[in-house]
Each structure stands twice: as structure tokens, then as C-alpha cells.
Ligand binder design. Sequence first.
Ligand SMILES: Cc1cc2nc3c(=O)[nH]c(=O)nc-3n(C[C@H](O)[C@H](O)[C@H](O)COP(=O)(O)OP(=O)(O)OC[C@H]3O[C@@H](n4cnc5c(N)ncnc54)[C@H](O)[C@@H]3O)c2cc1C
Length: 397
Amino acid sequence: MRIVIVGAGVAGCVMARGLSLLDSVEVTCLERVASDDHSEAGTGLNVGPNAVKALTLIDPELAQNITDASFLWRNWRISLTDGTVLFDLPLSEVADGAGWRIRWSELYRVLRQAAGACVEYGCEITEVERDDGDPRKTKIAWTQDGKAHRLDGIDLLIAADGRYSSVRRIISGKVPVRNTGVAISRVLVPDTSNGLIDDYEQWFNGPNRLLSFRVPPNHIYIACAFPISPEAEITAQQKTREALRTAYTPPHAVPSAQARWMIDTVCSNVADTHWARMQEHDMLYRAADCNVLYLGDAAHGMVPTLGQGATQAIEDAANAVALIVRRYRTGQRDVASWLAEVEAVRKDRMRFVMEFSLAATDTMLAGADPIAGTKHKTEAPFRERLKALYRDVGLHE
Ligand SMILES: Cc1cc2nc3c(=O)[nH]c(=O)nc-3n(C[C@H](O)[C@H](O)[C@H](O)COP(=O)(O)OP(=O)(O)OC[C@H]3O[C@@H](n4cnc5c(N)ncnc54)[C@H](O)[C@@H]3O)c2cc1C
């Protein structure tokens, strides 16, 4: 059997490693960037306890390797920039274990090492199509080091090529994007906070929000956010030091020591700060008429409010690997039925995660009241949803 995975990111590497263990299966993973590409070095990720749980269930060794490259995410605190604490939640109250705090580039390094020799780096895909001989199969062509390559008769093509998945666009059509009305930035800086910043925290000044946490080796990730009109671009003026200082400084109080350090740090790093708009796109796990599986960001785009992007890419891949390996080893080789099963296992779960992530963005929208909104997050309905988010990963011991 021939399996091709496009993208050695989060979902792609977990799939490549898991499926490579199957006898008589040829797995090829095609990755666009070079193996030492560090373009994501400037981002820290908080990966939810649900991903840790899902990956530990299917691949405890890989989960441990990621733990070794991470700090544990054990607590979530929300305050105002004047220091008033609104929400302070040990994750042990809503999850079966901790999450991870890790640099994105470190997560890729560990995952790519684990995916091993089936990953081909520096590949430029030139063609993806349904196969002429069997329309459920596909074919792919690419160039690598100036040489042209192709594979025909692919039994299963897995698109794990991320948010702007070209495989999904070519096979299943353009993916419409919805802007949420929030601008968000990211920057990673050496830790000069003298212990002010460590585990995952958020600070509000009106709906303008700072988020920060420490990641190994000794860096601090800061994300700024503020509301914008959903269709508007983020203007150059909104990214200036002056605008950012005003956005996060409490108008009638002194900023807390944490807020002051973050505001100063954000203002002195504007040149290295990357900005984007929060977006969502529709979920799709499989192509209608051929054996193409979409996983991770290629399958769904959600707002980053609950830190579920990479988290769900891991949950997707853990579920898909577990299911495919089980079916293959018991002789059930009908690929189309595997894909229907993956979709059945993931669809409602992902709808819940996307809706919950969007609902949790309420305190960041124009006109929002973060005090009332955060108070709701201390109440039973929100906590029950968090428990479902962090515990119900679809896999069983
Ligand atoms: C600033 C920022 C902060 C984030 N913070 C968090 C967070 O705190 N927690 C969290 O859980 N998530 C977070 N995310 C989201 C998370 O990074 C993504 O959801 C996650 O990486 C998706 O995993 P994936 O496997 O679907 O795709 P990716 O990890 O994006 O991997 C896709 C891979 O495919 C490759 N590729 C793309 N196109 C091609 C092609 N044509 N041919 C070959 N290869 C290709 C790419 O190079 C990449 O290696 C954040 C994202 C951003 C941008």
C-alpha cells in the first residue's frame, strides 16, 4: 500500500511516524522547507492537556520527548493590567494532566526527528491529481534539489500541509475564510522579567489583551490582541509603540509590575513583532470522491483563543493513526471506509472545539466587558466545557 503525506508539520510528523510502522506500507512525507528551517522560531505554543493525553495514549515515547523539550503548562490566570485577578485555574481541576509550553521550532525539531527517514525535505509540489487508472487513488509530482519526481497510484493521500493547504484547494476547492474582528501579534524575547512571567497568563485593559508565558530555554512569548473591524486591515499606526502603550495601560490606575514589564517589552520590540488577524475556516476531513484525508489546519481553521490549533492537529493525528493502524492490522484495507471513520470520530468533536474557541473570544471583541465575560469563565458551564475540551480526546486506554 502506498501512502503519501504532504507536510511534515505537527499532524504530518505524527502520521508519518505512526504509519511507517505498518508492514508492507510505503510512506512518503513531502515537506516544502529544508530540514533545518527555523522560520517558526519566534513563536511559543501552549499546547493543551488534551494533546498530551492523546499523544501519550498512542505514542508515549514521542510524548515524553516533547515533554523534555517543554515547560509544563499547569495554570491559567486572567487579570486586568492593573493587577486585579479575575480567574485563576489550576489545570488539574479540569484536565487529566498538564499541557506543554514550547517554542514552535522546538516542537517541529522533536517531531521531525521522530518522523525519521520517510520525510523528504525541500520539496516543491508541482502536481496533485486524481489518478487516471483508479479515480479513488491520486498522483503527485514534485521537484527536489532540481530533480523531478512523481508517485502514481497513491492509495491514501494525507494533506497535513497546514492552514493554506494547497492539496485541499486543488482536490476539494477554495476554502472561504471568516475574520473574527481581532488583531493578534506574536513576539519571543529573552526572559528579562526576573520571575514576573512564567506560566500561562492573560491581562485585559478593556477588550485589549496581553498574553504571555515562559518557554525553554529561557524565553518569554508575548501575544498582543485588540479588536478591529472584521474586514479591516491592521494599520501601521495601530502597531506603533505609542498605540500599543495606550492600548494596554490602564487609564485610571497604575499598571501591575507584570503589565508594566510586558508593555515596555512589547514597545521595545515592535520591529520584531508579527501581526495577523484572527480567522476561521470550515471543517473538512475527507475529499468527496477520492482517498484524500485532511488533518490539522488543512482540515479546520479555528481562532487561537484556547490554544487549540497545534493541540487539535495532534489530537487529529493521534485518532487517525490509531484507527488506521487498527484497521490495517486486522486486514480491513478499504481506505475509503477508514476515512469515513476518521471523519465520524472527529467531526462533532471539532465542531465543539471550533465553537468553544469562538465563544471564548467574547471578551476580546469590540465593546466587550472582560470583567463580566471572565466572571462567566469561573462558572460551572464554562468549566464543564473546559473539562470536555481537555479530557474527551476520543481515544481510550
Ligand atoms: C502566531 C501563532 C501562534 C499559535 N499559537 C498556538 C498555541 O499556542 N497553541 C496551539 O495549539 N496552536 C497554536 N497555533 C496554531 C498551530 O501552530 C497550528 O494550528 C499547527 O501548527 C497546525 O498544525 P498542522 O500540522 O496542521 O500544520 P503545520 O504545523 O502548519 O504544518 C504544515 C506543514 O506543511 C508544510 N507545507 C505547507 N505547504 C506545503 C506544500 N505545498 N508542500 C509541502 N509541504 C508543505 C509546512 O512547511 C509545514 O511544515 C499558533 C499559530 C500561530 C500562527
